[in-house]
Design a protein around this ligand. Structure first.
Ligand SMILES: N[C@@H](CCC(=O)N[C@@H](CS)C(=O)NCC(=O)O)C(=O)O
Length: 202
């Protein structure tokens, strides 16, 4: 299989952590890809018309995309370890969706400063994105700590990648402030070999 990859993409990181946790890394060749909404660059447009990564080219079927689809596919391929059976599955998927939503907002905030010309920026829009992140982190701290304390699953991996990305791109916002329980969980989770091996650089 071939995975379109960037070492700074938190969505790609979700896939990389899963590959390491499930010992499938050797089955995948990484293909570098970069691009933005205004310049698709080397994004695999033929495989994903949305021009986003990750994209996985499979040996047994057409390319698939969106980190949630790829992660579910790769987990299913080895018998399903990181997506548990229902009813816990619905929590796992909701936690993963929340982490991905945090990442969507965080990536849009980055594009606002990196891609949009300064005279066209709108601070209220950026703050609205951060408000989504802040509300989500508060909700996780209030309602999801027992799930996070359970057996590792894809919801936890996605949340670990989301918090790592906030440190990487939005460290000055200090997401840990007032969120001791979540910060404590992340400190431990970030020590996993799969997380240490995929820390974003660039
Ligand atoms: N929902 C997608 C989001 C993927 C995504 O936004 N990837 C970013 C890189 S971090 C990207 O490819 N951006 C290019 C663009 O938006 O044009 C997923 O989970 O895979």
């Amino acid at each position: 299989m071939r995975l379109y990859h960037s070492p700074t993409s938190p969505f790609v990181r979700k896939v990389m952590v899963l590959l390491k946790e499930t010992r499938q890394e050797g089955d995948v060749t990484l293909v570098p890809a970069t691009g933005t909404p205004v310049d698709a660059g080397s994004m695999p447009l033929a495989q994903n018309p949305l021009g986003k990564i990750p994209v996985l080219e499979r040996a047994d079927g057409p390319a698939i995309y969106d980190s949630r689809v790829i992660c579910r596919y790769l987990d299913d391929r080895i018998g399903g370890r990181l997506y548990p059976a229902a009813p816990r599955l619905w929590e796992t998927l909701t936690l993963e969706a929340t982490a991905d939503g945090i990442l969507d907002a965080a990536v849009l905030m980055l594009y606002e400063t990196r891609v949009r010309p300064e005279e066209k920026r709108f601070a209220g829009w950026t703050e609205g994105q951060w408000a989504k992140i802040a509300r989500s982190l508060d909700a996780i701290g209030e309602r999801w700590m027992s799930h996070l304390a359970g057996h590792i699953d894809m919801g936890q991996i996605a949340m670990g990648c989301a918090l790592g990305y906030l440190d990487f791109r939005h460290g000055a916002r200090d997401w840990r402030k007032g969120r001791d329980a979540l910060a404590g969980w992340y400190e431990d989770f970030a020590q996993r070999d799969s997380m240490k091996a995929t820390v974003p650089v660039g």
